[in-house]
Design a protein around this ligand. Sequence first.
Ligand code: PHE
Length: 349
Amino acid sequence: MDLMPDDVLQLRGEALDALTAAGDDGALDAWHVTYFGRKDGRLTAILRGLAARSIDERKSIGAAANALKTELEAAYDARRDELRAAAVRRALEGGAIDVTLPPRPHTRGGLHPVTQTLRRILAAFTSMGFSVVEGPEVELDYYNFEALRIPADHPARDMWDTLWVDAPLDGQRALLMRTHTSPAQIRTMEQQAPPIRIVVPGRAYRFEATDTTHEWMMTQVEVLAVDEGLTLAHLKGTLLGVMQRLFGSGRRIRLQCSYFPFVEPGAEVQMDCFNCAGAGCATCHQTGWIEMGGAGMVHPEILENMGIDSNRYTGFAAGMGIERLAMQLYGVPDMRFFYQNDLRMLRQF
Ligand code: PHE
C-alpha cells in the first residue's frame, strides 16, 4: 500500500463523518475500535506501518497521522459528551429523573451518653462560678500519690496499683496512668493563689475487676474550691445544687464518713437511689443510697505545702464518677454497656 498524506486526509473525512453518524454508546464504541483498535484499527495500522518507510515518508505521513490521532480523540470525547447530555435531557423531559426527590440523608453521629452527662455537669458547675481545667492522663507518681499524702508504703496505694508506664526516671518507676483526677488539685494550687474554683473532667484508670458498677477506665470530675471561710456546708450545698440541677429538685444527697489521705475530714458522697427513690432495691444493694464519689476538706498540710496559709484559707474537694451519674440519668443498668461500642445501645441517646 502506497500511503500519502492525502490518504491520511481522506481517512480524516471518513472518520469524522462516521463519528457524527454514531448515535449511541454502542456505535461510539464500534467507531473507536474501527479507528483506534489495537489490532486492526485503521489509524493504528498507519502509525505502525511508519517504521518500514523511508525517512522522508516517515516525516510527512507520521506528522499528519499523529495530528489526526489527536484531533480524532478530541472529537470522540466531544461526541461522547454530546450524546450523554442529550440522553440526560431526554430523561428529564420524559420525567425519568425526578429532581424534586430529596437526597439520601447523611448518617449523623451523636454525642456519647457519658459525654452528654459530662457536659451537663460541667455546665452546672460553671454556672456556679467554677472554671474548667484539665490535667495529663499520664501522670507523675509525685502528683498522683506523693503530693496527695499517699507515700510509697501507704496502704491506700494497694487499690490504686495500676498501669505504670515503662519509662523510669532516675531508675525509679515514676509515670502511671492516673488513678484519679485529684492530681489536678495539686497542679492547680501550684499555679494559682486563692480564691480557687475549678472543675477537672478526665479519664482515670484503676486496678479493678469489672462489674455492673465498676470499670478499669472511667471518667471523673474533680472539684476544688479554696477560699476564706469555706466549710463542709459549702461542699454539701455545692454538690446538692449540681445534683438537683441534673436530677430534679427532689434529689437528696448525704455525706458518709470515709477516708482519703488528702482530705480531712473525708466523706463518701451518696445520692438517694433513682430506681427505688430510697426504698431499697437491687441497684442500690438494698440500702436506698448510691455512691457517687469521694469528697472532703483539703488537708491543711497540702495547703501549706502549696504555699497557702491554712490559718486563713480552707478548701473543699470532691471527685465524682461520671459513668455512675450517666447510669442514673439514662437508666442504664450496667456500666460496661458504655464502652462495648454496641450501636444498638449507643443509638438510643
Ligand atoms: N480521688 C478520689 C477517688 O478517685 C475521690 C476524692 C476526690 C476524694 C476529692 C476526696 C476528695 O476516689
